[in-house]
Design a protein around this ligand. Structure first.
Ligand SMILES: O=C(O)CCC(=O)C(=O)O
Length: 274
């Protein structure tokens, strides 16, 4: 954003406090589910009214009305563009830098609270990103473990929340997981193509794979070592997702000291951003 531009601001509707919001939630089931399976689904993390606000803001980012170009690129650039003027997979790192108060909204507040429950009280916000698979862009995100992007990690605890901005189902690119794969260690990863940022690893044909089909406003949550992927969007519906990621404070601090910030300073020419 150029320095003379005024950052848009978001006003959030009244919402329960986090303590109130957590009151009727199955906290032990969340903790055990995440520990055993390495992924979890929390339905309706956001209300319909709240989701509409994220839909509106992300539409403005996609159209360029909110200019995110310093943090925007095509994560699906390993293959030819399916539509000339649309990214195969549009990735915007750090969308919360572009709208005042965005990181004070219900997504960040509630995912922080759930992260503290499932990975520990020392979990802090690490980064956010926005991922869009526009209709008929048909570009898969190949199988991988997020930790393969992060290098040496002493404490492997982490939780990434993938909030469906649109209803997410198999054919528009919902998340898929291999349950329990977070306990296997880090697999060997390779770049999908020379000069591309995206990494992938092999998985066996016989693996159990579970699709996380969710409504807009719900989240899937995965550990940094959980194998996951998404199909390309072959439908005429959009598939947008807003991701927030949490890790232990010591790990985030150590990575920032090494200069690794998931592209916060801007991603152009920088390959170390997921
Ligand atoms: O949305 C996608 O296509 C993939 C997302 C992903 O791999 C992640 O959030 O870790």
């Amino acid at each position: 954003m150029a320095s003379h531009e005024v950052k848009p601001n978001v006003e959030w509707p009244a919402a329960p406090t986090i303590t109130e919001w957590l009151q009727d939630k199955p906290i032990e089931t969340w903790r055990n589910g995440f520990e055993n399976d390495g992924y979890l689904i929390v339905e309706d993390l956001l209300t319909e009214k709240e989701v509409k606000i994220y839909q509106d803001l992300t539409s403005k980012m996609l159209s360029g009305e909110i200019d995110t170009s310093r943090h925007r690129h095509d994560l699906g650039n390993a293959s030819e563009r399916k539509k000339e003027d649309v990214e195969n997979i549009c990735q915007i790192m750090w969308p919360s830098l572009y709208v005042d108060n965005l990181d004070q909204g219900p997504l960040h507040m509630r995912t922080q609270a759930v992260a503290n429950i499932i990975i520990g009280e020392d979990a802090v916000f690490d980064f956010d990103m926005f991922l869009s698979k526009a209709p008929h862009t048909n570009t898969e995100t190949p199988w991988h473990q997020d930790e393969s992007y992060w290098g040496d990690v002493e404490d492997t605890r982490s939780a990434s929340f993938w909030m469906a901005v649109d209803d997410a189902f198999k054919d528009n690119g919902c998340m898929w997981f291999v349950p329990g794969s977070h306990r296997r260690g880090l697999c060997d990863h390779r770049f999908v193509k020379d000069g591309c940022h995206v990494r992938t690893c092999d998985i066996n044909d016989g693996e159990v794979k579970v699709a996380g089909e969710i409504r807009a406003g719900s989240v899937t949550i995965h550990h940094g070592r959980t194998l996951h992927y998404t199909r390309g969007n072959t439908t005429d519906k959009p598939r947008r997702a807003y991701v927030t990621a949490y890790r232990p404070r010591k790990m985030v601090d150590a990575f920032r000291q090494r200069g690794f910030d998931h592209g916060e300073k801007g991603i152009k020419g920088n390959t170390q951003f997921v």
